[in-house]
Design a protein around this ligand. Structure first.
Ligand SMILES: Nc1ncnc2c1ncn2[C@@H]1O[C@H](C[S@+](CC[C@H]([NH3+])C(=O)[O-])CC(=O)[O-])[C@@H](O)[C@H]1O
Ligand SMILES: O=C(O)C(=O)Cc1ccccc1
Length: 236
């Protein structure tokens, strides 16, 4: 279904409710530049590190698109677990996984309440940005502690620039992108307002610092388009 959530006047903050969940795949494809390419890279890099029966968690799995694709491309059997605190998203994820005949454990809970024990790979594309900064650091520490040795964390985030002039150019460039995707100026402005204080982006450097501060040995940018970045972190 086509995303028309912000065509009408909005009075509340952005929420992952039934209305958003019902158009979410279209929303993400049209709102995240190179979403499919970012997802392809996530999966290819993940597969390089995975072996039979490895445990994989997707934090903020939404409609489970990434886990379904991962499962389709894997030659080994994986233990796939998706977590999302939006019931509407998890219900869609369950329907999609069933339709694709893919075995995924889908859990409707807050990321805080889950133990990621024995994980070989943790994925989290465009989700940490919705977690309050203090809690975000705590969650990343838990991710590090629960990953096995040589475990991998791949995550994507909307980012800002610490340079004011460039940051303004980032915003303008993204605005142009959204127009090419068929969003009107009104829809773009409304969504921006609804996301204010809900989506809290860091700079690329802040993201890397957060990762290294909790103990990861290595973190680098796998992919970046202006204000959208994918990172890979490795635990020794
Ligand atoms: N505290 C939380 N606990 C659990 N889930 C949460 C929390 N906060 C937000 N979410 C969930 O995180 C997801 C973020 S969307 C991820 C896209 C997906 N990764 C994809 O690649 O297709 C990204 C976006 O919409 O920009 C939503 O489904 C929220 O319900
Ligand atoms: O659409 C936007 O304005 C964004 O900043 C990114 C985004 C994409 C999908 C859901 C929430 C935020």
């Amino acid at each position: 279904m086509t995303d028309k959530v912000f065509e009408k006047a909005i009075t509340k903050q952005f929420e992952f409710d039934e209305e958003v969940a019902s158009v979410f795949d279209d929303m993400l494809n049209r709102s995240v530049p190179f979403y499919k390419e970012m997802q392809r890279l996530t999966i290819n890099f993940a597969l390089n590190f995975l072996e039979e029966n490895d445990k994989v968690y997707d934090l903020g799995c939404s409609t489970a698109s990434t886990l379904i694709e991962l499962s389709k491309h894997s030659h080994s059997k994986l233990d796939l677990i998706g977590i999302d605190n939006s019931e509407a998203m998890i219900n869609r994820a369950k329907k999609k996984a069933k339709a694709f005949g893919v075995d995924i454990k889908l859990i409707n809970d807050d990321l805080d309440n889950i133990s990621y024990e024995n994980a070989k790979l943790i994925l989290s594309n465009y989700t940490l940005q919705f977690i309050r900064p203090l809690q975000r650091e705590k969650l990343v520490k838990k991710i590090y502690n629960n990953l096995r040795n040589e475990g991998i964390f791949i995550f994507s985030e909307k980012v800002i620039s610490s340079n004011k002039i460039l940051d303004k150019q980032y915003i303008d460039e993204y605005y142009e992108f959204k127009k090419t995707q068929g969003y009107s100026e009104f829809e773009i402005a409304q969504k921006r307002e609804a996301l204010e204080n809900v989506l809290v982006p860091y700079t690329e450097e802040e993201n890397k610092k957060m990762i290294l501060d909790v103990g990861f040995d290595h973190c680098e940018t796998l992919f970046k388009w202006v204000n959208f970045a994918t990172f890979i972190a490795i635990k020794k």
